[in-house]
Design a protein. Structure first.
Length: 322
């Protein structure tokens, strides 16, 4: 049996779990829940007193005087729509392991009533095959945050998939990186930093990092004009670097796709009937991959080198299928 001193906490938990706008608790409901959940017998005056204390402390509780029905917790850490958004993001994030996905969802559910939590559980589905097998993702993020704040280098092993679809070491040697930022792009988390081996900026999937350690060596300072976020924005699909001005000729039917991929700050102008010209600043390697995906609706007009490269790839593809 709970100590009587805990009755205010038990009352708050009952309001959190068993009340919402569609499930209003009467005084009798509260007393029954206190007894069944915590073995506590509490009189009406104690309930009124504890409700008043909770309201004074900032909890938004709808009282009988407000609704003429009973009591419920009106405001929570998250709105139901926010929980839907966050839960969907967690479920669809492939970098979060399956077990961690369920644990995170449970934490989100605990901010809502049991009734709403059951709705969330029944409306979502996890594809285990779409989740990373690397369980170190959250640890990696914590270590990288710590290293960035300390201005220290990190070392780690980097993983790749083999033909059995298992993550294995890309190579035996360690990667030594000066970490600058953690960014979210293309539905993945990336580390952006200075890679000692190539003496330049590189990026690494955080869900493919293993055995990470903070080193005693100081990180190489960032160039003043370097922006990790601009780097992530221009290194489409994280293939290569060296962003360039690129000109695309596209059908109007993919205008939304172009803006979604390259952002609203690109230059767009009409080009003939039902077409437009887009000037972007991006990695040629990434744009090449993107343009091949949209081959039916898009062509690269410039630079000529990229256009010729795509033309060569198309010819090779035709030879394979003809």
């Amino acid at each position: 049996m709970m100590s009587p001193k805990a009755n205010i906490l038990c009352l708050l938990e009952i309001l959190r779990r068993f009340s919402d706008e569609a499930h209003i608790l009467s005084m009798e409901d509260i007393q029954k829940r206190m007894l069944s959940e915590y073995g506590m017998s509490i009189d009406r005056r104690a309930v009124y007193s504890n409700l008043a204390v909770l309201c004074d402390f900032g909890y938004d509780i709808s009282m009988y005087a407000d609704n003429k029905k009973g009591y419920f917790l009106r405001e929570r850490e998250f709105e139901p729509s926010e929980i839907h958004l966050l839960a969907d993001a967690v479920y669809s994030s492939s970098f979060i392991p399956e077990r961690a996905t369920y644990d995170l969802i449970k934490k989100l559910q605990k901010t809502q009533s049991d009734y709403f939590a059951r709705r969330i559980k029944s409306m979502t589905f996890v594809r285990p095959d779409a989740k990373t097998a690397n369980k170190e993702i959250f640890y990696n993020i914590e270590v990288l945050d710590d290293a960035i704040s300390k201005g220290a280098q990190v070392s780690f092993n980097y993983l790749r998939y083999d033909l059995d679809k298992k993550l294995v070491l890309r190579r035996d040697t360690e990667y030594v990186v000066s970490p600058y930022a953690i960014v979210w792009t293309n539905e993945k988390y990336y580390l952006i930093g200075y890679y000692e081996k190539y003496s330049g900026i590189s990026h690494f999937r955080i869900d493919k990092i293993k055995n990470i350690q903070i080193l005693s060596e100081k990180a190489k300072p960032q160039d003043k004009d370097f922006s990790p976020y601009e780097y992530a924005k221009t290194a489409i699909y994280m293939y290569g670097s060296g962003a360039q001005r690129i000109e695309l000729l596209c059908d109007m039917c993919i205008l939304d796709d172009v803006i979604d991929r390259f952002g609203k700050d690109i230059d767009i102008k009409p080009f003939g009937e039902n077409r437009f010209k887009a000037r972007i600043f991006a990695s040629p390697g990434g744009v090449r991959f993107w343009a091949l995906q949209y081959l039916q609706f898009c062509e690269v007009a410039a630079p000529a080198e990229l256009r010729d490269e795509i033309s060569g790839i198309i010819k090779q593809g035709i030879a394979k299928y003809c």
